[in-house]
Design a binder for this molecule. Structure first.
Ligand SMILES: [Fe+2]
Length: 391
């Protein structure tokens, strides 16, 4: 007989993840993995920055060594757009591809997921917005991430920007979980300090939002807390020592763990509000999150103080003799100090947001899928207040 009142850990939850190969040299396994998947022709999705950094070339070498045919699509921009997905899907079809490999950050990987959706479902990408809207499995997808932030290589999210509506569509589906993630910290060594900082703060936001999400579970908690522990120590260190593979490896691990947590627990108000900023004004995702994280915690704190206490402890704050309000103050100060240490100090005004934009940003944020798992549902006035606090 099932009791009426179940403890949290007995609420039904599922956890999905790709096959993960983590470690130095993982990127060279691409050829072998697509061969195992039976590939005849691989569409390699990447972007011009990754081509310039040399990671795309290494991926092609690996495919060449395995005698696998390929074609490259590098027409991806930051905040990947619906028309880029449709262009890639056209090439996928025209060239008779049967496997997709993504090499890059969240933009290239999300675009690859979009191409996969269109490749098998044969409809425009904007038809798949929302949760569980993808009916047919996508082609086999192998990812080599080159940032420690988005974790699109392990997640069931694809964020695609609809240029016409200027909305960042969230596509959330088990169908877009990649088959294989080849996670190699060596790829992080070509990131600039600022990209390292913004992507790392994005990963921290993933972990914190997943941990306080109302869809969290014991499995996502485990991963979220580990990421929250690692990032405050190793993000500043990876900026100071960009070529140190051990330190880069810690950040890659933290990003992966944050990704496994948020892919399954979903996110919250920070991401809902950041998606709105990215869609309306085409702003950088990681920086938007970094700016919104403190005011959102300030707003959410009272709903789940015990969860934030555990976050504060994981970030190295000794909460033993602290009252709830002190823990909140210390946690906000810790995040502010971390932002300062890694040089992400601008507010929303500094990245081009005007007070007049806020009503429109607010109505879009309230409709974003990530808002539904925030521990407390804000009103429009409260979202506006958070945007104002972040200006
Ligand atoms: Fe994110």
């Amino acid at each position: 007989m099932e009791p009426l009142l179940l403890p949290d850990e007995l609420h039904l939850r599922k956890f999905v993840s790709p096959e993960i190969v983590f470690g130095v040299g993982a990127r060279w396994l691409l050829g072998r993995y697509v061969q195992n998947l039976g590939a005849r022709r691989v569409l390699v999705v990447t972007d011009p920055g990754i081509v310039e950094a040399g990671w795309a070339k290494q991926a092609l070498e690996s495919l060449g060594e395995a005698d696998v045919h390929y074609i490259v699509f590098d027409g991806v921009t930051p905040n990947p757009k619906t028309d880029e997905v449709m262009n890639g899907a056209e090439i996928y079809k025209r060239e008779h591809c049967d496997v997709i490999a993504a090499v890059g950050g969240g933009s290239a990987i999300d675009c690859a997921k979009g191409i996969g959706i269109v490749g098998t479902n044969k409809e425009h990408i904007s038809e798949f917005e929302g949760v569980d809207q993808v009916n047919t499995a996508i082609p086999p997808l192998v990812c080599i991430p080159t940032t420690a932030g988005s974790s699109a290589d392990v997640s069931q999210f694809a964020i695609i920007m609809d240029r016409v509506r200027r909305v960042k569509m969230a596509i959330v589906s088990k169908a877009v979980v990649p088959d294989v993630a080849l996670i190699d910290p060596v790829t992080l060594t070509t990131m600039s300090s600022y990209l390292t900082a913004c992507t790392g703060l994005d990963a921290l936001t993933h972990a914190i939002e997943a941990f306080v999400s109302n869809a969290s579970s014991p499995i996502t908690d485990l991963h979220a807390l580990e990421a929250i522990k690692l990032i405050p120590e190793f993000l500043p260190a990876s900026i100071e020592n960009p070529d140190d593979i051990v330190i880069r490896g810690k950040m890659m691990l933290a990003s992966m763990e944050a990704g496994l947590a948020f892919s399954n627990a979903i996110l919250g108000a920070v991401h809902a509000m950041a998606h709105s900023l990215g869609g309306l004004l085409d702003l950088a995702h990681g920086e938007c999150n970094a700016i919104l994280l403190e005011p959102v915690i300030d707003f959410n704190y009272g709903a789940v103080p015990e969860r934030y206490r555990l976050i504060a402890q994981a970030m190295g704050i000794n909460t033993d003799k602290m009252k709830s309000e002190q823990i909140k103050t210390s946690l906000l100060a810790k995040i502010r100090d971390l932002r300062q240490a890694v040089g992400v100090v601008r507010g929303l005004k500094g990245i081009g947001v005007k007070p007049d934009d806020i009503p429109e940003l607010t109505s879009r944020a309230l409709e974003d899928a990530c808002m539904f798992t925030n521990p407390v549902t804000p009103t429009a006035d409260q979202v506006e207040a958070i945007y104002h606090a972040a200006l």
